[in-house]
Design a binder for this molecule. Structure first.
Ligand SMILES: NC(=O)c1ccc[n+]([C@@H]2O[C@H](COP(=O)([O-])OP(=O)(O)OC[C@H]3O[C@@H](n4cnc5c(N)ncnc54)[C@H](O)[C@@H]3O)[C@@H](O)[C@H]2O)c1
Length: 238
């Protein structure tokens, strides 16, 4: 399939892009590089430097690539910053996201996988948190993601969009190529974040080597791509 990855130069988007390419999909990335890194972008993709705030840019990128589905990773994603500057979060995560949905509508692309977040839940009544937990965000960041989930539901109801919202918890790890994580390490500003990311990188690289070897022997795909494929199934099903 042809997948249009918005925010594919960022941490999670670049790793997912690598998995998609490895599984034989064709990928175009749309990213303004405000948080992402050009060197995190796999050389096999069609990279479009563009800004979601610019409706014409996103529309022309979709017209030029004609994807089967969109994966939407682009957002601001820092809770403390969202408490200081809520407007920045509502504007990028909701208004600019709406530009994407309307451009999809115009170009007749109706499948989307949205990067939501565990921050939509707030303090949980019970753990582990599952999908039935009541969303009660306690930050503009979480609120912006919950709002976009609701918008997607209405675009489904009214315009026939097919969507999945993935509510990630804190992601850590790397693929074999590990480009995106190296980029992430250099991006992190605080020494603690840098050290934690480096440790996560070391641990997950080792685990990933072990897992890949095991899966080679068992003839099964790596767990990450299996999970991704399972989560995305409702959108990719024709
Ligand atoms: N990293 C995590 O642990 C985590 C946890 C929960 C949810 N999420 C969500 O997953 C998604 C990806 O997270 P990440 O850690 O990879 O973030 P990231 O900042 O590394 O990647 C986001 C990418 O989107 C791009 N972008 C942002 N605004 C844009 C715009 N207006 N136009 C074009 N491109 C734009 C950035 O340049 C960047 O490359 C985000 O939506 C985030 O809210 C991440």
């Amino acid at each position: 399939m042809k997948i249009f990855v918005v925010g594919g130069a960022g941490y999670i988007g670049s790793v997912c892009t690598e998995l998609l390419l490895d599984e034989g999909h064709e990928v175009a990335i749309f990213d303004n590089l405000i948080e992402g890194h050009r060197r995190a972008v796999d050389s096999r993709v069609n990279f479009i430097r563009g800004e979601l705030a610019d409706r014409a840019q996103i529309e022309s990128a979709l017209t030029g690539t004609r994807p089967d589905a969109v994966m939407h990773f682009a957002a601001y994603a820092l809770v403390p910053e969202s408490m200081r500057d809520p407007s920045k979060y509502f504007r990028n995560n909701i208004s600019n996201g709406l530009n994407l949905l309307d451009a999809m509508l115009k170009t007749e692309v109706r499948r989307i996988i949205f990067s939501s977040t565990c921050a939509i839940f707030g303090p949980p009544d019970r753990v582990p948190i599952d999908e039935s937990a009541v969303p009660r965000p306690i930050s503009p960041y979480g609120e912006s993601k919950l709002a976009f989930e609701k918008i997607l539901r209405w675009y489904d109801e009214i315009h026939g969009f097919k969507f999945v919202s993935l509510r990630y918890f804190n992601a850590a790890g790397a693929t074999g190529r590990s480009r995106s994580v190296k980029a992430r390490i250099s991006k992190s500003t605080g020494p603690i974040t840098r050290r934690l990311t480096a440790h996560a990188f070391a641990i997950t690289s080792t685990l990933s080597i072990l897992r890949t070897r095991t899966f080679w022997r068992l003839g099964q795909p790596p767990a990450a791509s299996t999970t991704l494929a399972r989560a995305a199934a409702p959108v990719f099903r024709r």
